[in-house]
Write a new protein. Structure first.
Ligand code: UDP
Length: 318
């Protein structure tokens, strides 16, 4: 198959690229990122990298005409961006998605859209089924711009599906693994990793009782690949996650133990890290029945094993 991955040079896209190439597919990536996580594939005759934006409709027309189906992963992700540059988050995530869907509709190519568990916001009623409510804070809190942008993307997907476009929507729950972000930035795991490597205190925000279900990239990619080829997934939104719920304090303790670092935990306020435009999400747990029933995928890698792999990779590669 010929597969186009927008945002394919990022964390998930790079792992998806490797997996698709390994099974013999042809992969084209459209990405503007400066940190390209796919350089190891350059030279593979079935791989092509196009450095351009999802807002460039002309480029999209030619790439979408070429491919059999599209993974639309291009997005601005990471809490520091939600509070630092909400305009960029909204522009790429909303207008980029609309452009991809418009062209895909014109050319009648299936789109697998990467959404997020963030769309459930601070709903306390876990586990979240795909029909659970979205509970967001005020628009004065920039943190919610990402959840809102992805929810708009989901609405666009369903609207195009109503018009006849095949779409699949995946809501990822805190995916992690090798190549996640640079150490010290991005998501909590890479921030903690940087601190652990330097022996600096691990900064747990708030009281550390907020929870997440961190999902190892290998499991995420199995679900993502299945979503591309299983007909029953079309027109559906599906949670992709582990149901191993941990508090952020537990995550910090586990990472300290696994790394053998001398770091201790330091509790810090939300405001001191992300400023006044941040609000945390107290619990985030997926209901994984649809992932199991439709995609036939169960998250298998425990947090402990996934963190060991991740730690090992960052030690050798950063
Ligand atoms: N977090 C933390 N210390 C940090 C960065 C993040 O305790 O230095 C917490 C954050 O407040 C949240 C969790 O870790 O409760 C996950 O944060 P992340 O930014 O990775 O993703 P989120 O799940 O919030 O989108």
């Amino acid at each position: 198959m010929k597969v186009l991955i927008t945002g394919g040079a990022g964390f998930l896209g790079s792992h998806l690229t490797d997996a698709l190439l390994a099974q013999g597919d042809e992969v084209t990536i459209l990405d503007v990122a400066s940190d390209l996580k796919v350089l190891h594939n350059i030279g593979n005759p079935r791989f092509r990298l196009v450095r351009d934006s999802v807002l460039n409709r002309e480029i999209l027309e030619s790439l979408i005409a070429w491919c059999d189906y599209i993974y639309h992963l291009a997005a601005v992700v990471g809490v520091e961006h939600y509070v630092g540059d909400p305009n960029q988050v909204l522009n790429i995530n909303v207008n980029g998605t609309q452009t991809v869907l418009n062209v895909a509709f014109k050319l009648q190519k299936k789109v697998i859209f990467s959404s997020t568990s963030e769309v459930y916001g601070r709903n306390l009623d876990v586990p979240f089924t795909e029909d659970s409510d979205r509970v967001m804070g005020s628009t004065r809190i920039d943190r919610w711009c990402y959840a809102t942008s992805k929810a708009v993307g989901e609405h666009f997907c369903f609207a195009f599906h109503k018009l006849g476009l095949p779409v699949v929507l995946l809501r990822y729950f805190n995916a992690y693994g090798p190549r996640l972000d640079q150490m010290d930035v991005g998501r909590v795991i890479t921030i903690f990793l940087g601190q652990l490597m330097r022996g600096a205190p691990v900064t747990v925000i708030g009281n550390g009782r907020q929870t997440r279900c961190f999902t190892y990239v290998e499991d995420v990619i199995r679900a993502t690949m299945a979503a591309g080829v299983i007909d029953e997934a079309v027109g559906r939104v599906i949670n992709v996650g582990s149901n191993e719920e941990v508090t952020v304090s537990e995550l910090a303790e586990l990472m300290i133990r696994l790394s053998g670092s001398t770091s201790t935990i330091k509790f810090v306020t939300e405001e001191s890290v992300y400023g006044p435009s941040y609000e945390d999400i107290p619990r985030r747990v997926p209901d994984v029945r649809l992932m199991e029933e439709i995609l036939h995928v169960t998250a298998k890698v425990s947090l402990k094993d996934g963190l060991k792999q991740t730690l090992g990779w960052f030690r050798n590669n950063q």
